[in-house]
Write a protein that binds this ligand. Sequence first.
Ligand code: NAI
Ligand code: MG
Length: 483
Amino acid sequence: METTMTFEYAPAPESRAIVTIKPKYGHFVGGKFVAGGKHFPTINPATEEVLSQIALAGKADVDAAVKAARKAYISTWSKMSGKERGKYLYRIARIMQERAREFAVLETLDNGKPIRESRDTDIPLAAAHFFYHAGWADKLEYAGLGTSPKPLGVAGQIIPWNFPLLMLAWKVAPALAAGNTVVLKPAESTPLTALLFAEVCQQAELPAGVVNIVTGDGSTGALIVNHPGIDKIAFTGSTEVGKIIARAVAPTNKSVTLELGGKAANIVFDDAPIDETVEGIVNGIFFNQGHVCCAGSRLLLQENVAEEVLHKLKNRMQKIRVGDPMDKNTDVGAINSKEQLAKIIELAAVGDSEGAERWSPECKLPSKGFWFAPTIFTGVTQAHRIAREEIFGPVLSVLTFRTPAEAIEKANNTPFGLSAGIWSEKGSRTLWASQQLRAGVIWANTFNKFDPTSPFGGYKESGWGREGGRHGLAAYLKGVSHE
Ligand code: NAI
Ligand code: MG
């Protein structure tokens, strides 16, 4: 029999005094904040408190941003040496580090993710992306992408709400390093760190118009996608919108990269180190409330260890702390929006009605805000919708397999192909499995590890192209073919 002794944690709240949120924001165009017309609120999803009023960019705003980006591209940025561009990127990276706490607190307030994650993952990785790409700016001719690589021009960049500042960094840093200028649109529920980043651009004295930020919803995103003055579209978000964008740019000269959904298999072979594996499963699906495109949302357990893994996993899940994202001890924070919560609730109900067995640890959820307890479904089959569709929440679907070949077949039986995980003590098995898996990123005995030097992207409906590393640079340079 196992006995567990639990200690009550005293609250360890992070102070929000470091951030100043204005009651209302405009757009950042040509190096200046300009007033918007219509506004909509952005809220803290953990409390439903309205944090600020955000401008909804219409055609005139997007036109102005594209014009500013074109002007900066022609007059300054495309003429500047890589060495000079690199200096600006280093400066931005250092300011992001100096203001890291401010960014982390703001990200957590606007997004609902635990302060521990924004502080230790999102913000340091965002700064790392600028440092890494600063290093490339004067070395593009040595990247193996041609002897004299040229930028594309103006990039339109549309990002989601799950890693707001980090996705901005993934988009802006390589674009600028390669000599492009940008018009970026953050997601409607998480615009605040992008607007703080605009201040960082001013602080770094980045030439006006190199970075332009317009806020708004899907209608603003569509204006960017369809704008004739834009040379490249970079999008991260739903597969549904990715398909709309692919259709819209198909008859144009625009380059495009799409980073879309996933339904990653996290495969546990019977020789896996079970305790470490359990940590990896938890990190794979409950990190960032499961709002992760590469989340390990399909757990494939070899039958002879399934019982043991599930037993240990449930024990471990009882210790996950769900609640106030601003508390430094919190593991799982708030669901980002009412809409996303509704989607998670709906798909979990489908899991029930399809006959899978639902389990969650007992946990008290706050009365205000949007919450969903960490959940696993066992007895899931490949035909179940919860095994096929992206839930994008803290919900794990558990399947079993008997032989390694069956594991691979099940893992690849998905319209997606973004990431996968392998847990095994045998190197030969890990290498064999990774060669069979149709996924862009494969982790072995770890999960959700990110690094700016490593390309990231998917197969099939998970998207087109790669971001990060040398491969990611290709997406911002002329005449470089990418898959
Ligand atoms: P979404 O794809 O609608 O939103 C992502 C971004 O695209 C936002 O900035 C949004 O304003 C913009 N957008 C929306 N419609 C657009 C259009 N027609 N043209 C151009 N831009 C447009 O995703 P949403 O609705 O927030 O989430 C729905 C589902 O998508 C989630 O449940 C999840 O499954 C998936 N998702 C995947 C992400 C990833 O990292 N791959 C990130 C966010 C969502
Ligand atoms: Mg918000």
